[in-house]
Design a binder for this molecule. Sequence first.
Ligand code: KG4
Ligand code: ZN
Length: 374
Amino acid sequence: MMQAASLPTRESQPDTLTVLGIETSCDETAAAVVRLGPGGAEVLSDRIASQTEEHALYGGVVPEIAARAHVERTDVLVRLAMADAGIGWGGLDAVAATSGPGLIGGVMVGLSTAKAIAMARGLPLLAVNHLEGHALSPRLGGAVAFPYLLLLVSGGHCQFIAVEGVGQYRRMGSTIDDAAGEAFDKTAKLLGLSGSGGPAVERCAMGGIAAAVDLPRPLLDRAALDMSFSGLKTAVRRAAGEGDLTDKRRADICASFQLAVADILAFKSARAMEMFSEGREGALTFVVAGGVAANRMLRARLEAAASHAGFAFAAPPLRWCTDNAAMIALAGAERLRLGQSDALSSPARARWPLDEASALNAPVFGGGKKGAKA
Ligand code: KG4
Ligand code: ZN
């Protein structure tokens, strides 16, 4: 039986820390090695295997299939990431894995792998909150100094987070129902578009007129930062059922839908920047991360909102916006640098709010209540 053994921690950390990260919380199996030094982070290796094809037939991520695929791939990806990094096991200072929130079967696979490596190699273990990985991901691509305001907008999450420093996250608002990415995916499904949801809607919208279909923008009358996307999905369903669903009609619905999402996110982002600025001085940064940040129209709208509010705008390169292990390795390294590590008994958690205090006060706000990672 595994003991709640304490793993090695160091009184004082070396200047440079090298950490292996493992990510298995949804439908990507990933492993990466990141080196964190005084000048910032360097990604030594970054491997990812997506399961899109395995789940395509079912129109969504199937937890059992995901867990099985992680079992088959995690070891291989770890081996590849270690080989790419070229440092050998002796070159690692710690091993980090996502320990939630996510699909529990998958999380257990990655976390157990990390625990086994930690035990075998006598390394500290970092059980990382997946959302902390996303929150720190902008720092993978270059110097993004604390504090910053983050909009995390993906298939599983849609929330504003004030990132004050490592371990200091305040959720300022989030969706009260679906995540924005889920709304893109459902719209694509309703319209019978093939391929990955968000990109398919973006492509289809190019031939459409955004003013053609009148769609709701829920909760814009409220000052708070909560958002809602499920009504938008219902309105899309209604629009799709009216008359012939021609290619022209599909394009008009996609363009109108995309505009509605952009309006909601741009409006709430402007409000979030206003709130984030209160009591702060100097240059501030607004960061957007998550798969939906790939949408060109949306990115342009958010960049314009940032510029209007006097904020610098940053978005990590797409491969670190979507789920990846480099952000988990980085979060592990940042925590290790602060002298933290976790027990081998750390559990896998299906739900795990990043900001537990806010979650206690407003438990309904999650990030895509029905999403795989809610
Ligand atoms: O961050 P991600 O890879 O996984 C989660 O953590 O959920 O985000 C995936 C989501 C999907 O819902 C997908 O439809 C959406 O990001 N997405 C997009 C685009 N590319 C991906 N949404 C809108 N436009 C895109 N170009
Ligand atoms: Zn994620």
